[in-house]
Design a protein around this ligand. Sequence first.
Ligand code: GLO
Ligand code: MG
Length: 344
Amino acid sequence: MSDTYRFSFGPWNIHEGADPFGPTVRPAIAFAKKLPMYKKLGFDAVQFHDDDAVPNVDDKSAAEVAKEAAQVKAMLAGEGLVGEFVAPRLWEDPKGIDGGFTANDPAGRRWAIDRARRAIDIANSLGTKLIVLWLAREGTYIREAKNAIDAHRHLVEALNAMLEHDAAVEIAIEPKPNEPMDHAYIPTIGHALAIAHQTVEPDRVGGLIESAHALLAGLDPSDEMAFALAAGKLWSVHLNDQNGLKFDEDKTFGGANLRSAYNQVRVLELAGYARTGRFVGLDVKAMRSQKAEAAHLHLSNSRTIFLKLVDKVRSFPKDVESRYIAERNYEALELAVIEHLLGD
Ligand code: GLO
Ligand code: MG
């Protein structure tokens, strides 16, 4: 494996601009039309929700699901792409209105586990063993709505059911503290890896860190990544940016805080992440004001900024770093970092 990074994004990252306060502002682009955009933008892999690959997945037989997913795999191959992961999209289905794995209604929990098993089958057909769990509605609007102790146990049951469904599947939990819920049950990577250790196979449960989600939790994304990396459990990333404690902004990587972006790249470099063969995912959204013909720039720009920061990390003088660390002169180290970023 080389020091060259490979990048991924999901079809939802090219979108029509609807937000909670207004409708779409750009025409929809069909999935098949999005695929040829990947390589042109410098990307090698596609991230999937289960129903990005197989629409209306609940209504189809196992054989139909396998057949449609195999067709998608052939489309990927035709574009020189691979599938990185599949994420069961429990949060858009009316059956997941109260959360899936932690729904109060046992029928809702059964549905969620069944849907997650189907996502694993889709991943197999696409040729990946990685499942991502963004636990969107696994939380509450008010604390009295659920028994949170039971809810955490239900999450372990769901993880176990997925691990038992397939002996090779690996599950990366994508923590997020809020939105759409007032509070989510697995808000940080610490929670994710702690719950991994309650499952029947902790080695097959890891994490995906999204920059904006860590910032929404008041944490430093690079340290969240480091926590997972130290455990050998950073299995993907969703790099983006976030300007303070607002809604989940999914801004262009480095667009709000270049120094924080530098430190995220630095920690990936320290871990030799590129050599693991895992992808750098960019979960970024175009600004709603962006015209349709230029509504892909957030992706290529995020990648460009990432690669420029890789150069910055690699070219930072290591002797200067070691000297200031040895002298405990972090004031001098900070100025050296800023001057380096400013190109002085
Ligand atoms: C939303 C999440 C979302 C997930 C995606 C994959 O806040 O970041 O984009 O990453 O649905 O599970
Ligand atoms: Mg994400």
